[in-house]
Ligand binder design. Structure first.
Ligand code: SF4
Ligand code: SF4
Ligand code: FES
Length: 745
């Protein structure tokens, strides 16, 4: 398609607005209410343009370009009109200090450099303000966490209102009143705290005027550098931009170019990185227990004490626990040290009880290789979505945005679980179940689909006749009635699954753990086969998948599903080395305990040596997010105190013990070795990790139905009960007051 803007011929993509095409080709058309992630609003009228053959002017942000269109975007007449519109807008904005002659000065915002209003003023250069201010909206709210709302600076562009409702699915903000009294705010002027606000900061980031400002910026602090990092606070893998001043983190914000988060974050990534990194419970020096008391020591001394305890025959038996919140490099070095260096008796892996591990184990029981990779953006294609008991905005914030996007396009959301979740307001059905009832419910859905002959394609899949016979024999409806799940609750979802394809099934740890876990997984697997649906296991650690692949390479994951099952909490070990707060012990379980963490944790009380580990912002490495996407991050700030990266600690300890094979100089060295060893990483290079680098995954597409009665009897793993707000030894919703307030603890 060809269009002309101000005489310039442009080859343009289809289905784009005039404004988008102009932006794509570096042509500036002023705009205030437009934002690339929002539905066009056409409220501010600053983007008006003339189109040859059309009367009057049209808003470029809401007018689709057509082949052969001739657009004038900067005629003197347009500029005059825009200037008048801008003067009207600025009459309500003390930032009319931007106009010479107005007395009040614009309140500086932290992201003034990124705000659109000053840029538009600079472009249009209004030189008078002939409109009297109405001052109809002077509300200034400073009583919520993280950011202030000074509505005397609001220009009513509605970006905050729209991002909160269109993208975040919250609708905490709205246009209140009408006409000259129109104002943005919460319903009835309540606190954001009382308005379901998630404190994601999305409104703050799109505000063009300075009406919303971050509290952390109000002291007039301006960053002197910026560095990107991958957030380690959950499994989504958001790309964050850290704003720095003199080498310290001032603030964090979501990076627009983040392939997973596309400029969005949750409260933790948006507001709490700094608080977490500089938290008072950080361990900044090694500590060694002497005469019953932990005392600060040098690295030399701490490593020597550990080496002495680990080296001799008396050190046996040894147990170690690795963390899925560490980088791939940290986990690889740790496991290599334990298995090859120490020949440890047990290496526990926190991710062994994760939904991904359980799904993979289920496949193995069924002689199937189950692929684990997916793309969060695929969920947006689903037309019916079943979520089992997960409070997605808290546990899977970016997945929630995609689920919500699908809902806005017409998908039906079905919630299954015991608790009434906040996202119920977006759901078509909530099926209240108790743990253990899921299998019967899923069987009921499968049976309805079979009886409505909706399984024609599924009939070609191995095991279908047995599966069908099993269901037809099973008095599943009686069972559901006896469980108190009324017919209308499951018939409606069955109808959605029948008519609205593809479906997506999202399940977390609660669905697949415990005695009913394997049967639940089998029933869900069958339903997904019947409906060609997506199975999405919801893990919450930042590197569960990386840890899973590395642990699998070291071939122990299936044998040792969880700490209690392995008896690690019984004092049968001479030495215990913990890379993080898991498992947590009430009593000392071994003669000699090493704790390596960034924060003092519950196990600090029983530790003989504590080693300070750097946080993700202070290290370089790679994480594999929930999708299987490999992402690398570099050191953004110097480690606090004497803390060091996990791989570095292990390398120094191994060298002190005279072990070979640990002469790594940097994270790239470790990754280079790892990618030559661990199959899922094979052939990858840390230097060439792109936004679209995914782990190698199971290729086989062999599918068959799992029949109830087929043994799937692995002892249910009691692994790490992950809490979405725990990062290493820091329980953010307990230890950071603002998050404690938001989570209501
Ligand atoms: S912080 Fe997020 S949830 Fe709260 S009002 Fe702003 S956009 Fe809405
Ligand atoms: S905690 Fe998760 S969703 Fe929040 S910013 Fe970090 S990675 Fe993104
Ligand atoms: S940006 Fe087009 S009308 Fe506001």
């Amino acid at each position: 398609m060809k269009i002309t803007i101000d005489g310039r011929q442009i080859d343009a993509a289809e289905k784009k607005t005039i404004l988008e095409i102009a932006r794509d080709h570096g042509i500036f058309i002023p705009s205030l209410c437009h934002h690339p992630r929002l539905v066009p609003f056409a409220g501010c009228r600053l983007c008006i343009v003339e189109v040859k053959g059309r009367k009057g002017v049209v808003p470029a942000c809401a007018t689709n370009a057509e082949d052969g269109m001739e657009v004038a975007a900067a005629t003197p007449g347009l500029q005059k009109m825009r200037r008048q519109i801008l003067e009207l807008i600025l009459s309500e904005h003390p930032g009319a200090g931007l106009i010479p002659g107005r007395k009040k000065a614009c309140v500086p915002g932290p992201n003034d450099g990124r705000r659109d209003l000053p840029k538009v003023v600079e472009y249009l250069k209004p030189d008078r303000s002939g409109f009297p201010p109405l001052d109809g909206n002077p509300d200034i709210r400073t009583d919520d966490p993280f950011f202030n709302r000074n509505y005397s600076l609001c220009i009513l562009c509605g970006r905050c209102v729209r991002i909160c409702s269109e993208v975040r699915g919250v609708s905490a903000l709205a246009f209140n009143n009408r006409g000259p009294k129109t104002a943005v705010g919460t319903a009835l002027g309540r606190h954001l705290m009382d308005s379901h606000c998630q404190f994601c900061g999305a409104c703050l980031d799109v505000c063009p005027s300075g009406a919303l400002t971050e509290k952390a910026a109000s002291a007039g602090t301006a960053p002197d550098a910026e560095k990107n990092s991958i957030c380690a606070f959950c499994g989504q893998g958001c790309l964050l931009t850290l704003e720095l001043k003199q080498g310290r983190i001032l603030r964090s914000r979501p990076a627009e170019m983040g392939p997973v988060n596309l400029g969005q974050a949750c409260v933790k990534g948006r507001f709490l990185v700094r608080d977490a990194v500089y938290h008072q419970s950080r361990i900044v020096k090694p500590m060694v227990r002497k005469n019953g008391r932990l005392q600060e020591s040098s690295w030399e001394e701490a490593l020597k004490v550990i080496a002495q305890n680990l080296s001799g025959a008396e050190a046996r038996p040894i147990a170690m626990a690795s963390s899925a919140q560490d980088s791939c490099e940290d986990i690889y070095a740790f496991q290599k040290f334990g298995r090859h260096g120490l020949k440890a008796d047990h290496i526990l892996s926190a991710e062994a009880g994760s939904p991904q591990a359980r799904l993979r184990n289920f496949g193995r029981d069924q002689n199937l290789e189950v692929p684990l990779n997916f793309k969060i953006s695929d969920i947006g294609r689903a037309r019916s979505i079943i979520v089992f008991g997960e409070n997605l905005p808290v546990t899977q914030p970016m997945i929630w945005l995609e689920v919500y996007r699908a809902i806005r396009k017409g998908a039906k959301l079905i919630l299954v679980g015991p608790e009434e979740l906040s996202i119920k307001r977006c759901a078509s059905v909530w099926i209240k179940t108790q743990p253990g009832q899921e299998q019967a419910l899923l069987g009921g859905l499968s049976k309805v689909l079979i009886e409505s002959n909706n399984s024609v394609d599924a009939a070609k899949i191995d095991g279908f006749p047995e599966f069908k016979k099993h269901l037809l024999d099973f008095k599943v409806f009686d069972v559901l009635a006896s469980l108190g799940i009324p017919q209308e609750k499951w018939l409606k979802p069955a109808l959605f699954l029948e008519k609205r394809k593809p479906p997506a099934f999202l399940f977390g740890a609660g669905f697949c753990e415990g005695l009913s876990g394997p049967a639940n997984l089998a029933a869900l697997w069958n339903l997904a086969l019947q409906t060609q649906g997506m199975l999405i296991p919801l893990d919450s650690e930042c590197n569960t998948r990386g840890a899973l692949e590395i642990s699998a390479f070291f071939q122990r994951i299936d044998d040792h599903p969880g700490p209690t099952d392995q008896g690690v909490d019984r004092p049968v070990y001479q030495t215990l080395y913990l890379a993080g707060p898991w498992p947590a012990f009430d009593k000392k379980p071994a003669e000699f305990v090493v704790v390596q963490d960034s924060y003092r944790n519950k196990n600090s009380r029983i530790a003989d040596v504590i080693l300070p580990q750097a946080t993700f912002t202070e290290s370089a490495g790679t994480f594999v997010n929930i999708e299987g996407r490999l992402q690398k991050f570099e050191r953004a700030v110097e480690p606090m105190g004497e803390s060091k990266s996990g791989w570095q600690i292990i390398s120094e300890l191994a060298r002190k013990m005279g072990l070979e094979g640990f002469a790594y100089k940097n994270a790239s060295d470790v990754f280079h070795e790892l990618s030559g060893q661990v199959p899922a990483f094979r052939g990858m290079s840390r230097d060439h990790v792109s936004h679209e680098t995914f782990l190698l995954d199971a290729k086989t597409d062999i599918k068959k139905f799992a029949v109830s009665g087929v043994p799937m009897s692995k002892t249910p793993a009691r692994g790490f009960a992950s809490d979405p707000d725990v990062y290493k030894g820091l329980d953010m919703s307990r230890d950071i007051p603002e998050l404690r307030l938001i989570r209501g603890r």
